[in-house]
Design a protein around this ligand. Sequence first.
Ligand SMILES: NC(=O)c1ccc[n+]([C@@H]2O[C@H](COP(=O)([O-])OP(=O)(O)OC[C@H]3O[C@@H](n4cnc5c(N)ncnc54)[C@H](O)[C@@H]3O)[C@@H](O)[C@H]2O)c1
Length: 385
Amino acid sequence: MKIFVTGGAGYIGSHVVKALGRAGHDLLVYDNLSTGHAWAVLAGQFVRGDLGDRERLDGAIADFRPEAVVHFAASIQVEESTRRPLWYYRNNVVHSLNLLDAMLRHGVRNLLYSSTAAVYGIPERIPVTEAAPLKPINPYGASKVMVEQVLRDLARAEDFRYVALRYFNVAGADPEGQLGQAYAEATHLITRALKTAKGEFPRLAVYGTDYPTPDGTCLRDYIHVNDLAAAHVLALERLAVPSPPGPTCAVVGDTPSSPGQGGGAIPGTAGESGRTAPASQNEDAGTGVRAGEGIVPEEAGDGADGRALVMNCGYGHGFSVSEVVAAAKRVTGVDFPVVYEGRRAGDPPALIADSTRLRRLTGWTPRHDDLDFIIRTAWDWERKR
Ligand SMILES: NC(=O)c1ccc[n+]([C@@H]2O[C@H](COP(=O)([O-])OP(=O)(O)OC[C@H]3O[C@@H](n4cnc5c(N)ncnc54)[C@H](O)[C@@H]3O)[C@@H](O)[C@H]2O)c1
């Protein structure tokens, strides 16, 4: 398939591009390199361009004539989104509209969209199914909800199909050592812990030790970036299956596959003061800005109408911040300093995916569901940098 990939020079995009290249797809990566790197594009063509540059974007799509688009490009730092909301809405929402405009103008009707567990805010039930209310608590999460809403409406109004993948905590690096997270300001817990082990930060701060979790620190669902990449390859294959043409107004009731029990745990992560590594559980941690009462998705996105499919991507179980810190010390052999701070606003105690739908509809089976393996691949990458 000919696939146009926005943000394919970034952390997740570069791993997915490598996997799609291996699967035999013909790729063009469109990226402004604001946080990505041209060296990370290991398959296909690369065009340096900004989604805000409508002419360049339009020209790139017109020339390449893709059959599908994978849309990773976004600004992803939760804390920053609370300080620069306008920028987050512009880059994540307005620029996504530019992309959708260009796609429709050139007859490209298939989209794979990078969404996030941040759309759920602080979920009432764990594990979280796709039917959970969308209650983002920061501009970053709200911007992703807005784009999902646009996609829902577009799939009703036009001959347009999409899959939105809601990633949980993406971590780890290419086991072949060619790729990894290479954004200096990354605040992900594992990356921050490893940078602390390396001596780039004097200590790692953990936020909150009194959550309703077994050890009092937050629980998160860490998914290895290559397992996430495999989910993209499978989701694109599903997107390629033809569906009846023309707009549809089908409204499909959702069936939560496993409601699970509420409560749980988590927030925790690293600090902000001094040069203490300010790790967040993922790009989704951060300060709480309440954005409305929550949207209950009235249309399932469960794929039943063949046009709209929303799927969680996670392993379905989690590790606490303390467990991750212990694993990072074990894997690196470095007993780096950790400071325990109070809770930070906006950190849900627990964020664990119910990924039943992804497994059922695509046949996805994780290969790297092993915290030490995730950390070892990230450490191998970090040490080379
Ligand atoms: N990292 C995570 O844990 C995580 C979790 C959930 C969802 N996501 C989503 O996954 C996607 C990729 O995240 P990532 O961790 O790889 O981030 P990243 O910052 O490494 O990658 C984003 C890429 O998009 C590019 N980009 C940003 N704005 C652009 C613009 N206006 N025009 C062109 N290119 C632009 C950047 O240069 C970069 O290469 C994002 O949409 C993010 O919201 C990430």
